[in-house]
Design a protein around this ligand. Structure first.
Ligand SMILES: Nc1ncnc2c1ncn2[C@@H]1O[C@H](COP(=O)(O)OP(=O)(O)O)[C@@H](O)[C@H]1O
Ligand SMILES: [Mg+2]
Length: 260
């Protein structure tokens, strides 16, 4: 079981001209593994994931094939599985959470959107999801508003939303970039636990090679819309093939400043 992306291309037709954001990438996210997607800013990491999720704007021209567990995904099919079979976690929890609703209510909404169950059952599942996301005192936090929570707790709420419907896959787009080092390590540990306990397949976009070394099973390195290199985490670190990857590694944690 896997997400299989083949020869994915994404172009944006703008009045100023055409942007080829993704130029024919192929990769797989297997259930029960963490695939790290690394590469400098603008290399097409987010656009690739947004294409899988069917969240790109209408004017994006998408070609290639995306399959989830052998089912071809198009804009209609993804609407049915998004938020259930496949979910996404973004860098900024505040951009995802509604400031006017309690966090519990937001998890309940996600659950009720995809399951024909009572509100009471949804509340129970929501609190369980908060516990799974390692939110202390989940029942009390359920009734709090996003602004009452720290950045780390808000990201845990986003993860609780992401796991509430027991997804097979999570696409996490720089989920720890906005967090301090300690909180970031806790969130990564949580993602690793979810992978192991529920065999969730996780695509983890990051520009932090320290994160990759800590949690990834496999890595793809993107550069200017293409995949330069792909391998298990050991071979990428021990024996990088492309000069770009070598330079990434020698620069250690600061991918943003490197160009090929
Ligand atoms: N909605 C959009 N409209 C036009 N161009 C976009 C859009 N989203 C992303 N791009 C462009 O696509 C390229 C890849 O972006 P992105 O995937 O966000 O990079 P990153 O690897 O940093 O996640 C960039 O040149 C970006 O400016
Ligand atoms: Mg991005």
């Amino acid at each position: 079981m896997a997400i299989e992306v083949e020869n994915l291309k994404v172009e944006f037709e703008l009045s100023e001209g055409k942007i080829e954001a993704v130029k024919g990438v192929s990769f797989k996210v297997n259930k029960g593994e963490i695939l790290a997607i690394v590469g400098e800013s603008g290399s097409g990491k987010s656009v690739s994931c947004m294409a899988i999720m069917g969240l790109l704007p209408e004017y994006a021209k998408i070609s290639g094939s995306i399959k989830i567990d052998n089912v071809n995904i198009d804009r209609e099919i993804i609407k049915k599985v998004r938020g259930k079979k496949i979910t996404m976690v973004f860098q900024e929890p505040s951009a995802v959470l509604n400031p006017l609703l309690t966090v519990g209510e937001q998890i309940v909404e996600t659950i009720l959107a995809h399951n024909n169950i009572s509100r009471k059952e949804a509340v129970d599942i929501a609190i369980k999801s908060m516990e799974e996301a390692k939110i202390p005192q989940a029942t009390r936090r359920f009734y709090q508003y996003p602004h009452e929570l720290s950045g780390g707790l808000k990201q845990r709420v986003v993860i609780a939303i992401a796991i509430a419907n027991k997804p097979d896959y999570i696409l996490a787009d720089e989920p720890t970039t906005a967090l301090d080092v300690t909180t970031s390590a806790q969130i990564l540990k949580l993602l690793t636990n979810l992978k192991e306990s529920y065999k969730i397949g996780i695509a983890l976009i990051t520009h932090d090679l320290g994160v990759v070394a800590q949690v990834a099973d496999r890595v793809i390195v993107m550069y200017k819309g293409q995949i330069l290199e792909e391998g298990d985490v050991y071979s990428i670190f021990d024996n990088p093939k492309s000069d770009y990857t070598k330079r990434l590694l020698s620069s250690r944690l600061n991918i943003k400043s490197i160009s090929a």
